[in-house]
Ligand binder design. Structure first.
Ligand code: ADP
Ligand code: MG
Length: 242
């Protein structure tokens, strides 16, 4: 079974239907890019996958967890599914190391030594081994976002969801964050990423899904999609966004 299975998902806010029957899968170890105009429903879909939003119709299964309202099941789901947003939301009063150790210590009840070892490992992975004692405000935006990714990885997730993690960064800091995601992809992490970085999506994601007005308008192998878009909407989107 794929790591992510979204089947016929409908989501409304009040009377406004934002997701109008979304079905997609992500296989284990695969990277899928989710692209589309602002307001097309990308963030809402990611939030539904992590149980941050409820759905009205359809089903979502992710890392063998059926997403639903049950709180204990949601906690189990969130242990296996990491999500990183545009805003990194690190705790400013905690060092980088303590930010990363927090969830392993509290949620997984690991001892300090074990949590510290994991923090060292994930910081090495994002290239910030020397920042374990630093505080967030001593770091650049790109470094803070890499810490946020490391913090998520410290829970040893099976699936990572990324929602425009480079959109708030200055262009010169975008590359270092994309490089971390590319490394994760190479290491076999199952990832679903919302991005405006079209070159990155084309190169790193095996599959790209183009959302338009709450529906999947076009999807397929990334190269094919970017090189030969089948719909005028997708063609126009990549022209205006590149
Ligand atoms: P995207 O991430 O593709 O830009 P979103 O998923 O954020 O799109 O938003 C899709 C639509 O849902 C937009 O019209 C947005 O205004 C609406 N929306 C998102 N979140 C809420 C909310 N909490 N309440 C009401 N409407 C929302
Ligand atoms: Mg969004």
């Amino acid at each position: 079974m794929p790591e992510v299975v979204v089947d016929g998902v409908h989501k409304s806010f009040g009377i406004v239907e934002v997701l109008k029957g979304i079905s997609m899968t992500v296989e284990r170890g695969e990277v899928t890019a989710l692209i589309g105009r602002s307001g097309s429903g990308k963030s809402t879909l990611l939030r539904c996958m992590n149980g941050l939003e409820s759905i009205q119709k359809g089903s979502i299964t992710i890392a063998d967890h059926a997403v639903g309202p049950d709180r204990a099941k949601l906690r189990a789901l969130r242990r296996d599914v990491g999500i990183v947003f545009q805003s990194y939301n690190l705790f400013p009063h905690l060092s980088v190391g303590d930010n990363i150790m927090l969830a392993p210590r509290i949620v997984k009840k690991l001892g300090r030594g074990e949590a510290r070892a994991i923090a060292g490992e994930v910081l090495a992975l994002v290239g910030l081994s020397d920042k374990v004692e630093s505080y967030p405000d001593e770091l650049s935006g790109g470094q803070q976002q890499r810490v946020a990714i490391a913090r998520s990885l410290a829970m040893r997730p099976r699936v990572m969801l990324f929602d425009e993690v480079t959109s708030a960064l200055d262009p010169e800091l975008t590359g270092e964050v994309l490089a971390v995601m590319e490394k994760l992809a190479r290491d076999g992490m199952t990832m679903l990423l919302v991005t405006h970085e079209m070159g990155f999506a084309r190169r790193v994601a095996s599959t790209t899904v183009f959302m338009h007005k709450g529906r999947i308008h076009e999807s397929g192998p990334s190269r094919q999609l970017f090189d030969r878009p089948q719909t005028p909407e997708m063609a126009q989107f990549i022209r205006s966004d590149v």
